[in-house]
Design a protein around this ligand. Structure first.
Ligand SMILES: Nc1ncnc2c1ncn2[C@@H]1O[C@H](COP(=O)(O)OP(=O)(O)O)[C@@H](O)[C@H]1O
Ligand SMILES: Nc1ccn([C@H]2C[C@H](O)[C@@H](COP(=O)(O)OP(=O)(O)O)O2)c(=O)n1
Ligand SMILES: [Mg+2]
Length: 210
């Protein structure tokens, strides 16, 4: 376990734990639902650090890491990388940021992700922002994304939709059963989606200030 970040693991001695648990919001939704786009807006208005699990995995892949080939193949194939890799990257990035408020985008994407993060950190999300968007709209957006991603093609996206339905939606349902899901209609234009997003973060700020 020593390879995980120190501050946010609960099994390390008390002195290295931060005084207070950080605020974590999980940002979930299908590929192309607009998670990254909206996270950039939230960062500007509400002082969070945005951590995209996909971006962290792509950076790890490009860094020449021993896991690079595995990450590359799994992403192209629409599969979810084992949480052992992803949780470590998230914890490192959390510690490096120096912040205590995080948007964790595209994670947890399956039950294994969810359980690993919870057992390693003991952190429960403040809430789960869920971008709900029809598949056909998501497909259109991904195919027009133009960021040079190896998985933005019709074969990969079809596989990703399958994995999303089979593995990621049950995680959202799990959090819904705990009353944590804040659902947004993500099919609307960016500005309108952000208006809806803002309300959830404003009410959280109000709660903290009260
Ligand atoms: N509400 C929206 N309406 C139309 N296009 C959008 C909207 N939100 C994001 N996009 C575009 O769709 C593509 C996917 O958005 P992105 O934020 O990368 O989604 P995700 O991170 O959920 O995959 C990008 O090209 C982005 O500019
Ligand atoms: N928790 C995660 C998040 C992403 N990944 C991998 C598998 C995903 O299909 C890719 C891309 O994820 P990313 O969040 O960047 O994708 P979108 O922005 O939703 O299109 O990364 C993962 O294995 N585990
Ligand atoms: Mg994204």
């Amino acid at each position: 376990m020593s390879s995980y970040g120190r501050c946010y693991t609960k099994e390390v001695n008390g002195s290295s734990l931060p005084d207070k648990k950080p605020t974590v919001v999980f940002v979930l939704g299908g590929p192309g639902s607009g998670k990254g786009t909206q996270c950039a807006n939230i960062v500007q208005h509400f002082g969070y650090t945005h951590l995209s699990a996909g971006d962290l995995l792509r950076a790890e892949q490009n860094s020449g890491s021993e896991n690079g080939e595995m990450i590359k193949n799994m992403i192209k194939d629409g599969q979810i990388v084992p949480s052992e890799v992803t949780v470590k990257l998230l914890l490192w990035a959390m510690e490096e940021s120096g912040n205590d408020k995080f948007l964790i985008d595209g994670f947890p994407r399956n039950e294994e992700n969810r359980a690993a993060f919870e057992s390693v950190t003991g952190i429960e999300p403040e809430f789960v922002l869920f971008f709900d968007c029809p598949e056909e709209e998501m497909e259109k957006r991904v195919l027009n994304r133009n960021q040079g991603r190896a998985d933005d093609n019709i074969e990969s996206i079809r596989k990703r939709f399958k994995v999303y339905t089979q593995s990621s939606l049950p995680v959202i349902e799990y959090y819904d059963s705990k009353g944590k899901v804040r659902k947004i209609d993500a099919s609307k234009p960016v500005e309108e989606v952000f208006e809806a997003v803002k309300e959830f973060f404003t009410s959280l700020d109000d709660k903290v200030a009260a």
